[in-house]
Structure formats: C-alpha cells, structure tokens
Design a protein around this ligand. Structure first.
Ligand SMILES: C[S@@+](CC[C@H](N)C(=O)[O-])C[C@H]1O[C@@H](n2cnc3c(N)ncnc32)[C@H](O)[C@@H]1O
Length: 181
C-alpha cells in the first residue's frame, strides 16, 4: 500500500479545484537522461495534469509515454514496466508512513530512475489543513532514505542540490538518478 484512501480523496479534490499539479518545464538533467539512454518508454509518476508529460512527448515523439497520478482519474493506471520512471515534485507529497513502500514500488517499474524532490514546505495546504508537502526533509535525509531502500543492484549515478527563488521565497530541490545494473 502506498497511499491512503482519505489522502487519495483529498488529492482528487485538489485536482478537481485545479489547485495542484501544473508543472510544465522538464528539468534539464531529465532531458539529458532520456537523450543519453536508449529509452523507448517512460512513466511520469505523479504526473498531475500531465503538462510535463505532454512537453516531453513533443520533445521525444517516438517514445511511449505514460502518466500516473492517484488524484487524476484519467491517469489512474500504472504500466507494469517502462524503461525509465521520473517524478518531479512528487515524493515529498507522499504520506510519510508510505514513502518506503512507494519508492520500492517505483523502483520495480524501471531500471532507470530520475527523481526531483522539493525539500521545503509548499505554499498550498491540503483540504484537511496539512501542508501539501507531507515530508519536508533536507537532501541528506532523502539520500540516506533512498540508499536504505535500494539493494546493491542499483547504482546512484547522479545527485544534485539546487535552490529556486519564487517571489522572494527560497526553495531547495534534490535531484537523483539511479540505474539498475
Ligand atoms: C506538485 S504536484 C507535481 C505534479 C507534476 N509532477 C508536475 O511537475 O507538475 C504533486 C503531484 O503528486 C501527486 N501525488 C501525491 N501523492 C502521491 C502518491 N502517493 N503517489 C503518486 N502521486 C502522488 C499529486 O496528486 C500531485 O499531482
């Protein structure tokens, strides 16, 4: 289990009210990862409204693209296998008690993984009043947590920490790429 029924309903409510999930521009490192590997299929995990997925499809028209998001009916099914899985601004939205199982589930889908994780509180709140980022932890915490979840078949090939500034608010992001040998 990687999401509770109550939380999935809250996400659906947020999406129905168009309050979440509109990212468009794929991170440069994700584009490079797609370009540098013989990728024929991709899953956008936590794809929101699918805007980034559409942009990637435009950039790579021959790649088969799938999106999954528990808050969006049209993206409610997950393919069992793809060449690459990515998530952008998603893992910090997991309920803390389900993050281990969630990461294990994601790792089973593809041998190439790109994840971009926000390490700061969100501006938005869930309908129940909690901050939308249910996990607010620094990059080192995420790295240690991911390392404790993967086995020695996985190699972490890239990590990066960068800051963003939106309306004078600073945010920290952690990027990680993993490849299964
Ligand atoms: C900030 S939005 C990012 C959406 C999209 N990746 C983007 O960059 O625009 C976070 C997304 O994570 C989804 N999400 C939250 N918890 C999730 C979970 N446990 N599994 C998968 N997706 C989840 C939400 O429904 C929401 O669409």
């Amino acid at each position: 289990m990687d999401i509770s029924e109550n939380y999935a309903k809250q996400l659906q409510e947020m999406h129905d009210r168009h309050k979440i999930g509109f990212g468009v521009e794929p991170p440069l490192k994700l584009i490079e990862t797609i370009q540098n590997n013989s990728v024929t299929s991709i899953l956008d995990y936590g794809c929101g409204e699918g805007n980034m997925l559409n942009k990637i499809q435009q950039l790579f028209p021959n790649i088969e693209l799938y999106g999954y998001d528990p808050g969006v009916e049209r993206f409610s099914t997950i393919p069992s296998k793809t060449d690459l899985v990515y998530s952008v601004d998603v893992l910090e939205h997991f309920e803390p008690e389900f993050i281990d199982d969630g990461i294990k589930k994601i790792l089973n889908i593809a041998d190439i993984q790109y994840h971009n994780i926000a390490c700061h509180p969100a501006k938005k709140l869930l309908p129940d009043g909690r901050n939308c980022h249910l996990i607010v932890q620094p990059p080192d915490w995420w790295l240690a947590m991911i390392k404790s979840t993967i086995d020695d078949k996985w190699k972490i090939t890239y990590t990066n920490v960068y800051n963003t500034f939106k309306k004078k608010r600073q945010g920290t992001h952690f990027e990680i790429i993993m490849v299964k040998k």
